[in-house]
Design a protein around this ligand. Sequence first.
Ligand SMILES: Cc1ncc(COP(=O)(O)O)c(C=O)c1O
Length: 376
Amino acid sequence: MNISGSSPYISEESLNEMLTDLMLMFKNGRLTDGPYAQEFEKEFAEYNNVKYAVSVNSGTAALDVALRHFRLMGREVIVPTNTFVSTPNSVLFAGGKPVFADMNEDSLGIDVDDVKRKASSKTAGVIVVHIAGLVCPQINELKQFCDEKNLFLLEDCAHAHGAMMNGQKAGTFGDAGCFSFYPTKVMTSCEGGMIITNNERLDEEARCLRTCGQNVDRQAVMLGHNWRLNEMAAIVGKHQLEHLEEFLAKRNEVAKWYEKALANVDGITLFRVPSNFRHSYYKYPLKLADGIDRLKLASLLKTKYGVETGHVYYPPCHLQPFYMENFGTREGDLPASEQVLKKVLCLPMHYRVTQENVEYIRDALVSSIKELQTAF
Ligand SMILES: Cc1ncc(COP(=O)(O)O)c(C=O)c1O
């Protein structure tokens, strides 16, 4: 048995549609900055019920571009330490300084009280990350705080395509939402990303920035880069978007199987999702009891049972060597993230996971935990 932790899904029918479009694209000869990216943008904006969507060539690029709109030079941006390094890195690339905030243990999302403590006259804004696919439950409180203090709120939605709180989609709570279409994500374009917003100026600047800072008259008016999405990626993304609701339904079904299968397993705690949320289940995290070493458990699950697992995110950003060496961040700075994330294990979550897989994973988990406890 070999169960991968994540896997893109493209049905035979969808693949044929992609291939037809690829043939047309090559015949037309328009390989980038073309009609497929425009269609993908239009459909992604409609799906999220926003005015604008700007395609770019990665989730990192989406953050890089959106952050430039906020003119960060010499200013700080509060970011969760529990995220992929792209989030704070993009702040640095846009000329700002990331300030790390701790995490809420129940949602794994940013701790809004810590954001309030860390906000100062130097703060330009806040980035919230909807970890694993759960919209940050304190998003409205965070937005209200940002509005009061005149801070921008950017949503890193790399995990949260189609995720909702009270029927409102991730990416529509703040000033803009940044999505990744990396192959492990809920939907993919191989590599790619998208910025969504209702802010006309941000949309205009993003289009300019992704084309090396050139405006519609091809004049260089900003310092940009080549962040464009090519047409092949746009074709893949557009056809994946057509199936996003189906992908989300399947991931939620897998989560239900896990919830049932793992209800009485000793040594683990599941994360509860309130009924007013639609999780996108990019990941299925659970918390291990004290005394169970996540790395040893992950290794046993992989080598003995062929079950690949993951994490969100350990070490957290402030304990990554680059940040420790250059910003002096240390163990002890953000205690909730440090203590909890060590114990968070993510089980295989993707379209191909079956109910039999879930039962096998449960048995592998129970046996591995027992084995580790006996050895201990
Ligand atoms: C939270 C988060 N932000 C940003 C990114 C960057 O996206 P990409 O890999 O498409 O550049 C990722 C992707 O792994 C992510 O998980």
